[in-house]
Design a protein around this ligand. Structure first.
Ligand code: UD1
Length: 339
């Protein structure tokens, strides 16, 4: 029997790529999204990629009656829960909105799942739960540390799931700690599409490459890294999407919870990424060194052995592929509805 997976936030950046990967793996997929940080045409684009209709419930994960209706109308086997807020700076200014969406949203979803007899969930966590880690590459055993309300909301989500799994063996969770997702789908039909000024490096570089912004600001070159700029473990969003498929397959076949990092294990500096993107777009991209961004971490890099052992996960695509696919996507996106 074909299993049906609910993707909350399934029209967003990572959710949409995971939709494609799950369809390719043979699952039925239903999306719940309020399109607060996703373009309205994503479902049409997913139809073009997958060649079939896309079932979308439009609404918030906080809308309990909507969740109840969704679970009543569709037999769901497992949930992948992306729907959340993720801007660190905003979380410092509006912490309650972060706790509401990221914490209350998760709890309400779990209650509706329980009422519907659904007890498998993959949770979008983040390297942010390590705060400033003592050890890099960072193993999953590193302690929880929060340096902003966003990080606290993700740690809280993990702790809620851990307590629930301990309360009753009927529950099983896949907790995936993403490092830095980058790149876009090979079809050029979906990719990262921030509705505001980008906070993250790659979408910002992409807008500089497109001529929408004059210069990239590099936040500090006095970190204890080889070139002084921040080091990150960038992972291609298509690899990340495949990690979700493996996580779901493990959950559904074993009924055992797991918690893993999803990264490549390799670190790249801001200057490395500017060079890689310059190569992809064929011109040297302008940048200027400015002060450190408050709250930034010098190095995030994943220890990847556990994901390999538990899920058989291995990231296959490199930063060149991430930059090339991002560049292809932003150009296609700018051409508008020419798809
Ligand atoms: C950030 C969040 C992280 C969150 C993730 C989600 C912070 C401190 N961390 O990760 O908690 O899970 O986004 O999307 O905000 N950089 C520049 N110029 C720019 C933008 C970024 O130099 O215009 C640098 C940063 O200083 C950093 C690297 O690029 O060294 C990556 O930054 P970014 O893409 O924002 O990711 P994180 O900071 O790792």
């Amino acid at each position: 029997m074909t299993e049906t997976i609910l993707l909350t936030g399934g029209a967003g950046y990572i959710g949409s790529h995971t939709y494609v990967a799950l369809k390719a793996a043979g699952y039925e997929v239903v999306i719940l999204d309020n399109f607060s940080n996703a373009a309205e045409d994503v479902p049409d684009r997913l139809e073009l990629i997958t060649g079939g209709p896309v079932q979308v419930y439009k609404g918030s994960v906080l809308d309990r009656p909507l969740l109840a209706r969704l679970f009543a109308e569709t037999q769901i086997d497992a949930v992948v829960h992306f729907a959340a807020r993720k801007a660190v700076g905003e979380s410092v200014v509006k912490p309650l909105e972060y706790f509401e969406t990221n914490c209350s949203g998760l709890v309400g979803l779990l209650q509706e799942m329980d009422a519907a007899g659904v007890h498998r969930l993959v949770f979008s966590s983040s390297a942010t739960v390590y705060g400033v880690p003592d050890e890099t590459p960072t193993p999953e055993t590193a302690p929880h540390r929060h340096i902003n309300p966003y990080g606290l909301s993700k740690i809280t989500g993990e702790l809620v799931l851990d307590a629930l799994a301990k309360s009753d063996p009927k529950w099983a969770f896949g907790i995936l700690r993403y490092f830095n997702p980058a790149g876009a789908h090979s079809s050029t039909l979906i990719g990262e599409d921030p509705s505001d000024i980008p906070n993250n490096l790659i979408p910002y570089i992409a807008q500089v490459a497109m001529g929408q912004r004059p210069v990239l600001q590099v936040f500090g070159n006095d970190y204890p890294t080889p070139d002084g700029t921040g080091l990150r473990d960038y992972i291609h969003v298509e690899d990340l999407a495949e990690g979700h498929v493996l996580s779901l397959q493990a959950l559904l076949s074993t009924g055992q919870s797991h918690l893993v990092n999803l990264g490549t294990g390799a670190g790249h500096s801001v200057l490395d990424m500017i060079a890689a993107y310059s190569k992809a777009c064929g011109r040297d991209l302008p940048y200027e060194i400015v002060d450190r961004r408050p709250g930034d971490v010098p190095v995030y890099c994943a220890q990847v052995d556990k994901a390999r052992e538990v899920l058989g996960f291995e990231a296959r695509r490199d930063v060149e592929a991430m930059c090339a696919s991002s560049w292809a996507w932003v150009q296609a996106r700018a051409r508008g509805n020419a798809y």
